[in-house]
Design a binder for this molecule. Sequence first.
Ligand code: FMN
Length: 180
Amino acid sequence: MEFFQAIGRRYSQKKAFDPARGVPAEDLQSIVQAGMAAPSAGNGQSPEFIIVNDEATVRKIGDISQWVPLQTAPAVILVLSHPHMRQTLDSHTECLIGDAMVATENMLLACTALGYCCGLVDGPFLKPEVQRGVCELLGIPDDRIIFISVPVGYPAEPEPHRPKKPFAQRASWNKYEIER
Ligand SMILES: Cc1cc2nc3c(=O)[nH]c(=O)nc-3n(C[C@H](O)[C@H](O)[C@H](O)COP(=O)(O)O)c2cc1C
């Protein structure tokens, strides 16, 4: 798929995935490699990734999170970072968040370019019991947190694209003339 076509086609799947249509491991690896190719502050490459494609484990993550996309997706990629990002608001935190977000966007575009739909889900992992439950399930050590999850697959119910604001309401040329 052409690059700008992938950007235009990406959307967040918030309804159910089709659990019967899996994603080959080599595609999941390509998606994560796209995440690893992203820029990072000082080239620190802080995000780590766990690819969960074992059906029973994905379903357990769905049970713990109680989030429809995670309950139905055939595979979920977890983006891990450091607990520091939730403890102090400083420049290190900014770098950790930035690193994780740009890696995640690369993966969302890679998913779309390969013909899959995907989502960006952090909400459930903000709940301590979900964070703890999934970390225990996957053996994630105490000095890491699950920051974001990316469910990947095919939609059971396709969703319409969410509208984006017009260009002039978000950008201007040479000086601040953004329509508000
Ligand atoms: C920082 C961030 C956190 C998000 N967290 C969630 C989430 O927890 N659950 C979810 O369904 N979508 C989440 N999203 C996806 C947004 O809801 C989605 O990007 C937005 O509604 C625009 O829709 P689109 O991605 O289809 O263009 C998140 C997006 C961002 C950038």
